[in-house]
Design a protein around this ligand. Structure first.
Ligand code: DGY
Length: 323
């Protein structure tokens, strides 16, 4: 009799989320939920695993994939998969899955919250109060920037970009977007208008980065891009830090070329506490929590597990990344 397939999960997930796998596979989870699995253990597990359930914080590179002789599937608990060498996976016949759709609204909510927080200076205001500084009401105390009726420029009009556009429409915003191709559905639903990248950057009061990290988008937001933005405009990033030249952003903030930023993601994560981007009062910085609601994280864990279960049963999973 053939033994059950072996699946390694790179964090501790709630047992309920991995139910689709429990009956059909031997499942082992890395013992911690708040620390990534050390590289040596990941390599050791990859060598014997039929499937890996991975996180955005795991680097699933060519070396790892080449040494994983039994590996059939890598199921990433994220919609983004820039942490996985897809080219190598394709060559080796390893299937790669992700968790699209179920996190769209949650991530769009967080993106819009970040935009509102930066514009209306919410963390600064909360800290002001908590630190006992509120002695008097004052007409211009912590006055921020209006969001309603302003122009939002969304770079990356996929599922999450479209969901952010819907939220922006609810705030009576003028919506511009830039994308590899036109998104007619989003245009029809939200009134968004397609714009060239440069036009969008120059016109938007909020430039919102939601494009995936690829070879083409890497470091697309440079100092010279920030320099083209209005000095009253905000830069919001809820995609990946790799799309931004962070030194360029620091310089733009130092020179007050832009009004502020809202960042959920960084080039290196976790970002170091002494990172210069964390030193500006007009930067709202979050620890990559775009899809972090309890409901959505459970749904992501379940979908990532189901993706593996489908492949082990010989079906094509819904969320397959390889062509
Ligand atoms: C994703 O799904 O790609 C998110 O960034 C992970 O939270």
């Amino acid at each position: 009799m053939r033994s059950k397939p072996y699946i390694f999960i790179t964090r501790t997930l709630p047992e309920k989320t991995i139910e689709p796998l429990l009956e059909m596979a031997n499942v082992v989870m890395w013992e911690k939920d708040d620390e990534p699995v050390p590289r040596a253990r990941l390599e050791e597990e990859a060598e014997k695993a039929d499937g890996l359930l991975t996180m955005v914080s795991d680097s699933i590179d060519r070396d790892l994939l080449e040494s994983a002789s039994k590996l059939r599937v890598v199921s990433n608990m994220a919609v983004g998969f820039d942490n996985i060498d897809i080219e190598a996976a394709d060559e080796l016949g390893i299937l790669v899955c992700n968790t699209p759709d179920i996190l769209t609204d949650t991530t769009a909510d967080l993106t819009f919250a970040l935009l509102l927080s930066a514009a209306r200076r919410l963390p600064e205001a909360a800290a002001y109060l908590a630190e006992g500084n509120w002695k008097e009401w004052a007409p211009m105390l912590l006055a921020g920037t209006d969001v309603h009726h302003k122009t939002i420029g969304i770079v990356g009009m996929g599922r999450i970009g479209s969901a952010v556009a819907k939220r922006a429409a609810g705030f009576d915003m003028n919506i511009l977007y830039h994308n590899r191709s036109r998104n007619r559905e989003a245009e029809n639903i939200t009134g968004a208008r397609y714009a060239g990248f440069e036009e969008l950057v120059k016109e938007a009061d909020f430039v919102v980065c939601l494009a995936p990290l690829t070879k083409e988008t890497k470091q697309m937001f440079t100092y010279s891009v920030f320099k083209q933005m209005k000095n009253t405009a905000f830069f919001i990033n809820a995609s990946r830090g790799g799309l931004v030249d962070e030194r360029g952003l620091v310089h733009a903030l130092q020179e007050r070329l832009i009004a502020g930023a809202g960042l959920d993601v960084f080039a290196e994560e976790p970002v170091k506490p002494d990172h210069p981007l964390l030193s500006f009062p007009n930067v709202v910085a979050l620890p990559h929590i775009g899809s972090a609601s309890v409901e959505t994280r459970h749904a992501m864990g379940e979908l990532a597990s189901r993706n593996i279960a489908h492949i082990l049963k010989g079906y094509r999973p819904k969320a397959l990344v390889n062509k």
